[in-house]
Design a protein around this ligand. Structure first.
Ligand code: F58
Length: 797
C-alpha cells in the first residue's frame, strides 16, 4: 500500500482549493497565509489517512505485538514540511502555491513548533515515532497534550526572559479529538479492604481525553498514532453558583482539572517536587494503560497473554508509575492475583535511562506519594519488600529509602530490559549508578545507542546536501542510511568534494541572510561557522566555549595582522527557569557577544551570535550551515547526545570529548576525522579526587588566568563591573565540571581546527568522511535494535 499512488498534482490542487473554500470558508482572493497553511495541511493530512487506516487494519489482522512508547515529552517541531517530505509532495505543493503567488516556505514557517519537550529526551521520542512508522512497526506514542509547550525565550539586556508558548492558540490541523476515548483518572482519597480486595475511594477525579495525531513514515507506506491526553473535568461547572453570580467559583472545577495538561514542566535539571508534576506523570500513565488494556481486551480475553501482545517502553522514569498502575488495574479492576499481575506487568515493561547525573534522578517523598496515590504507595511497598527479600540486596538498593520512593529503582525492578542510550553510558550505568541493581538482576541492562531520523534532519532540512547525496550514491539513502558509506568511494572525486563544499556554503549564505533579517548582523559566510546548540547546562560547558572565544578575541587584538582563521561562534539554547547558574551563563554569552561584536579591530575575524528561542525549527536551519560542531561536555556526563549525530550527517566536523555517543561517532567516522580533546571519563573520576583541581589547573594555564582576570575586571560588563565576580570565584574554587582542567587541551585542539580549515579542499574531504560514517546514527537502526532486543516485535511491511 502506498499513499502516493493516486495523488496527482491536479487532485492535490483541487483538494487544497476545496479545503480553502469548505473547511476554512475563504475565497482565494481573501485567503491569508494562515488560511493557505491550514488548507495545505488538511490536504496533506487527507493523504495520510489511507495508510493510517491500512496500518491499523494490518495490525489487527496480524494479531502481532504492539509497541507503546510512554513519554512525558514529544518534541515534534513543525509537521507540515516533514509530512510533505515523507510523502514526496514537496515540489508538487510548491508548484501549486507558486501558481497562487504564495511561497511554500512562508506557509511552512507559519506553523508553530509543537514544542512538547525540553530537549534531547523529547526529541528522541519524536525521532523514534517517525522511525517506527518508516519501519512499519505497529506502535503508539502516548503523551500529554500540553496547552503550553516549552516556554518562548527572549533576551532582555542579555538575560533570558520566559514567555508562555501558545501553539494551540490556533486550531491544530494535525489532531483528531476523540471524545469517545476517555478514561477516569483518580487521585487522593483512601483505600479500604473488602473481601480480600483493595478498594480505592478517590477524592478527586479528572477525565483523560484522547487526541490523535497520525505519524507518517517515509514514502507514506505506514502511519502510527501519537495519542496525546488532555485533562477535562468530570464535573461541569457549578450551576447553582453560576446562577448566584459567582462565575469564578462556578468555573473552578473545570479550571482545576485542566491545569493537569496546561503546561510542560520546563525543568531539565532537578525534578521539581511539585505535586502537579506527580499528577501529570500518573495522568499519562494511567490513561495510557487503561487504553492499552481496553484495546487488548477488545481482541483477546486472556490477560496472561498481555506480554505476548504488548511491549511498553518507559521513556525515563517519568512514566515509572506504569509498574504499580498496571498491577493495580490487573488486580483491582480485572481481579487477577498479585503474583499474576506482577508477572504480567514485568513481562510488558521496559525502561530507558537518559542520565546518570544524581540531581536528575527522580524521587518522591512517601508522604506525597501516599497522599496523591494511596493505592500505589501500598503496591510500591509490596514490590519493594519482595525485591529486597528475593534478591537479598543491600539496603541502598531498596525502592523506598529515607521516606522517598526512588523512581529509577522502581522502574528498574519492574522492567524486563533496562537500556542506556550509548555504549559509554550503558557501561557507566553498570559501573556506577546501577552497579548494585546490575549485580542482583544481571543481564537486565542492555545498550541501544540513540539515533535520529535522516528524513527530517537531512532530507528536509538540507535539500542542497540531499541532492549531492542522491546524485552521487543514488536514491534511497533516506531509508537505508548505511548506504552513505558508498560516499567513501568518491573521496578522490574533486567534483564530489566541491559539491559538498558548495552545499555547505549555500546553507551558510541562507543562514547569514536569516541572521541578517532577524538580528541585523551581517555574517561572513566564508568564516568557519562554529556552533553549540543545546540546553544550557554546566556539564555541557558552554562556558568553556565562551572562554575560548575570549582567548581568541584577545589573541587577535594583540596581533590583528596575524594569520587568523575567521570564525562565527553561534550559540543557541534555553536554560531551565529555576537554574540560575545556567541563566547567568546566558547573560554572560550575550555580554561577551556584545563586547566582541562592537570591536572594529576583530570585526572581520570573529563574531558571536546567539539568536533567542532555540527550538527544533532553528536547529533545522543551523545544523546544515555548520562547519564545526561543539560536543564538549565533561566526559561521563552526557548520556548520549543526538545533536552530535545530526551535525555529523550534515557534514560538520566535531570538536569533542570522549563522552556519550561522541565515542561511537569518532569510531564510525575515523579518529583522524574528529577533533578530540580532554580527559576520559576515567580521568575525570581521578581528577575529582584532587580537591583543588580548579586552582591547580588555572595556575598552570596563563590563557585561562588572563581570561578570568578580564572577566573579573568587568571587561564584559562595563556598567556593572562586579556582575561576573561570582562566576570567576566559582571557577577558582569549585568548577564542578572541570572546565579549567580541560581548557588548555581544548584551546590546543581549537588551534588545530583553525589550521585544518585553511585547506578548504581537505576540509571538504573530512566532511565527506563524516557523512559517509554517519549511517549508523539513523534512528531506524536504533528502532531495529529495540524491536529485536527489547520488544520482540516484527515489522509488518
Ligand atoms: C537527554 N536527557 C540526555 N532529559 O541528556 C542526552 O544525553 C540524550 O542524548 C537524550 O536525553 C536522549 O537520550 C534529557 O533530555 C531531559 O530533558 C529531562 C526532562 C525532564 C526532567 C529531567 C531531564
Amino acid at each position: 500500500m502506498n499513499a502516493l499512488n493516486d495523488v496527482s498534482p491536479q487532485s492535490l490542487r483541487t483538494r487544497i482549493t476545496k479545503h480553502l473554500t469548505y473547511t476554512l470558508g475563504k475565497d482565494k482572493s481573501h485567503a491569508s497565509l494562515y488560511d493557505w497553511r491550514m488548507a495545505v495541511s488538511y490536504s496533506v493530512r487527507d493523504i495520510v489517512i489511507e495508510p493510517w487506516f491500512a496500518a491499523t487494519r494490518k495490525t489487527y489482522e496480524a494479531q502481532g505485538k504492539r509497541v507503546y512508547y510512554l513519554s512525558l515529552e514529544f518534541l515534534i517541531g513543525r509537521i507540515l514540511g516533514d509530512a510533505m517530505t515523507s510523502l514526496g509532495l514537496f515540489d508538487t505543493v510548491r508548484e501549486i502555491l507558486d501558481d497562487e503567488g504564495i511561497s511554500l516556505w512562508d506557509v511552512i514557517e507559519d506553523e508553530p513548533d509543537a514544542a512538547l519537550g525540553n530537549g534531547g529526551l523529547g526529541r528522541l521520542a519524536a525521532c523514534f515515532l517517525e522511525s517506527m512508522s518508516t519501519l512499519a512497526c505497529p506502535a503508539y506514542g502516548y503523551g500529554i497534550r500540553y496547552e503550553h509547550g516549552l516556554f518562548r525565550q527572549k533576551f532582555e539586556n542579555g538575560s533570558q526572559v520566559e514567555l508562555p508558548e501558545d501553539w494551540l492558540n490556533q486550531p491544530n490541523p494535525w489532531e483528531f479529538e476523540r471524545p469517545e476515548s476517555r478514561y477516569t483518572i483518580p487521585f487522593k482519597g483512601h483505600v479500604e479492604q473488602a473481601d480480600g480486595k483493595s478498594v480505592w475511594y478517590a477524592a478527586e477525579t479528572v477525565y483523560a481525553r484522547a487526541y490523535d495525531m497520525p505519524v507518517v513514515g517515509w514514502q507514506g507506506k505506514w502511519a502510527n498514532t501519537l495519542r496525546l491526553w488532555g485533562a477535562h473535568p468530570t464535573e461541569m461547572f457549578d450551576l447553582e453558583r453560576f446562577n448566584s453570580g459567582d462565575y469564578t467559583a462556578a468555573a473552578a472545577p473545570e479550571a482545576l482539572a485542566r491545569t493537569l495538561s496546561r503546561v510542560l514542566y520546563p525543568e531539565d535539571t532537578t525534578e521539581s517536587g511539585k505535586e502537579l508534576r506527580l499528577k501529570q506523570e500518573y495522568f499519562l500513565t494511567s490513561a495510557a494503560l487503561q487504553d492499552i488494556l481496553r484495546r487488548f481486551l477488545s481482541e483477546y480475553d486472556d490477560l496472561s497473554l498481555l506480554p505476548d501482545k504488548v511491549a511498553i517502553q518507559m521513556n525515563d522514569t517519568h512514566p515509572a508509575l506504569a509498574g504499580p498502575e498496571l498491577i493495580r488495574l490487573l488486580m483491582d479492576v480485572h481481579g487477577l492475583a498479585w503474583e499474576d499481575a506482577k508477572r504480567i506487568a514485568l513481562g510488558c515493561l521496559n525502561y530507558t535511562n537518559h542520565t546518570l547525573l544524581p540531581e536528575a534522578l527522580e524521587t518522591w517523598s512517601t508522604w506525597l506519594m501516599g497522599r496523591v496515590l494511596p493505592r500505589h504507595m501500598q503496591i510500591i511497598e509490596r514490590i519493594d519488600a519482595e525485591h529486597q527479600s528475593e534478591t537479598n540486596c543491600a539496603p541502598d538498593l531498596a525502592i523506598v529509602q529515607h521516606d522517598h520512593v526512588h523512581m529509577g529503582t522502581l522502574a528498574f525492578v519492574m522492567a524486563s530490559h533496562v537500556n542506556g542510550v550509548s555504549a559509554l553510558h550503558t557501561d557507566l550505568m553498570k559501573e556506577t549508578v546501577f552497579a548494585g541493581l546490575n549485580g542482583v538482576y544481571p543481564s537486565r541492562i542492555i545498550n541501544q545507542t540513540n539515533g535520529v531520523t535522516p528524513r527530517r534532519w537531512v532530507r528536509l532540512s538540507n535539500p542542497a546536501l540531499s541532492k549531492v547525496l542522491t546524485d552521487t550514491i543514488g536514491a534511497g539513502w533516506e531509508s537505508d542510511l548505511d548506504r552513505l558509506a558508498d560516499l567513501a568511494a568518491h573521496e578522490e572525486d574533486h567534483d564530489v568534494r566541491d559539491a559538498i563544499g558548495a552545499a555547505k556554503r549555500h546553507n551558510k549564505v541562507a543562514l547569514s541572510n536569516w541572521v541578517g533579517e532577524k538580528m541585523g548582523m551581517s555574517l561572513n559566510p566564508d568564516a568557519m561557522f562554529d556552533v553549540q546548540i543545546k540546553r544550557i547546562h554546566e556539564y555541557k560547558r558552554q562556558l568553556m566555549n565562551v572562554f575560548e572565544t575570549i582567548a581568541r578575541w584577545s589573541a587577535i587584538r594583540a596581533n590583528p595582522q596575524g594569520d587568523w582563521t575567521p570564525r562565527v561562534k553561534i550559540f543557541g539554547g534555553k536554560a531551565a527557569p529555576g537554574y540560575f547558574v545556567a541563566k547567568d551563563i546566558i547573560h554572560f554569552i550575550n555580554d561577551v557577544a556584545k563586547t566582541i561584536n562592537n570591536d572594529p579591530v576583530t570585526a572581520d575575524l570573529l563574531q558571536v551570535v546567539y539568536p533567542a528561542n532555540y527550538n527544533v525549527s532553528m536547529a533545522q536551519r543551523l545544523i546544515p550551515a555548520t562547519d564545526l560542531s561543539e560536543q564538549i561536555s565533561t566526559a561521563g556526563k552526557e548520556a548520549s547526545g543526538t545533536g552530535n549525530m545530526k551535525f555529523t550527517m550534515n557534514g560538520a566536523l566535531t570538536i569533542g570529548t570522549l563522552d556519550g555517543a561522541n565515542v561511537e561517532i569518532r569510531e564510525h567516522v575515523g579518529a583522524e576525522n574528529f577533533f578530540l580533546f580532554g580527559m576520559t571519563a576515567a580521568q575525570v573520576q581521578d581528577r575529582y579526587q584532587v580537591t583543588d583541581h580548579a586552582r591547580q589547573a588555572i595556575l598552570a594555564s596563563q590563557p585561562l588566568q588572563d581570561i578570568l582576570q578580564m572577566i573579573a575586571e568587568g571587561r564584559f560588563s562595563p556598567t556593572d563591573k562586579g556582575r561576573y565576580l561570582p562566576l570567576v570565584d566559582a571557577m577558582w574554587n569549585h568548577d564542578p565540571f572541570l572546565v579549567a582542567s580541560d581548557f588548555d587541551s581544548y584551546l590546543a585542539c581549537q588551534a588545530q581546527v583553525d589550521r585544518a580549515y585553511t585547506d578548504a579542499d581537505q576540509w571538504n574531504r573530512l566532511a565527506l568522511r563524516n557523512i559517509a560514517g554517519s549511517g549508523f546514527f539513523s534512528s531506524d537502526r536504533t528502532i531495529k535494535g529495540y524491536m529485536a532486543d527489547i520488544w520482540d516485535t516484527k515489522s509488518l511491511a
